[in-house]
Write a protein that binds this ligand. Structure first.
Ligand code: CU
Length: 139
């Protein structure tokens, strides 16, 4: 997840539990990174252009990232324990292939979703092609 034009890019990154995420600074200014989130509490001191820092994420859930210098900078690392996870596109659509048939629990997460841990869960029965339209409420 890069820092570019005073933004975390991409704004939300999905990674597998245990992943190490690199945070290259592509801006001319220095950035720091902090997270007070339950799954990852850390603080990375200011570092400059073309430098990279990294952080390991060992617990599933969501980490909200900020920069001490630029208050508007927000980034999210969503750590998952399943290979069947993906980010929606600009239209809110996502397609995940190869999920085994049977019953499953589908989790929808958004940093501003109203609900415990900003998540919504639904039990689904997967049997061949499955598609579901879901509306979520944001705060
Ligand atoms: Cu910054």
């Amino acid at each position: 997840m890069a820092q570019k034009d005073l933004k975390f890019t991409p704004g939300t990154l999905i990674v597998a539990k245990g992943s190490v995420v690199a945070f290259p600074n592509l801006d001319r200014v220095r950035h720091s990174i902090y997270s007070f989130s339950r799954i990852a509490r850390f603080e990375i001191d200011l570092y400059g252009r073309e430098q990279t820092r990294a952080q390991k994420f060992d617990i599933a859930g969501a980490a909200a990232l900020g920069c001490n210098i630029h208050d508007a900078m927000r980034g999210y690392v969503r750590v998952v324990e399943t290979p069947f996870a993906a980010k929606t596109d600009a239209n809110g659509l996502v397609q995940i292939a190869g999920i085994p048939t049977g019953s499953a629990v589908m989790t929808v997460w958004h940093p501003r979703l109203r609900g415990p841990a900003n998540e919504m869960r639904a039990s689904v029965s997967l049997n061949g092609d499955f598609s579901r339209k879901i509306g979520i409420r944001l705060r």
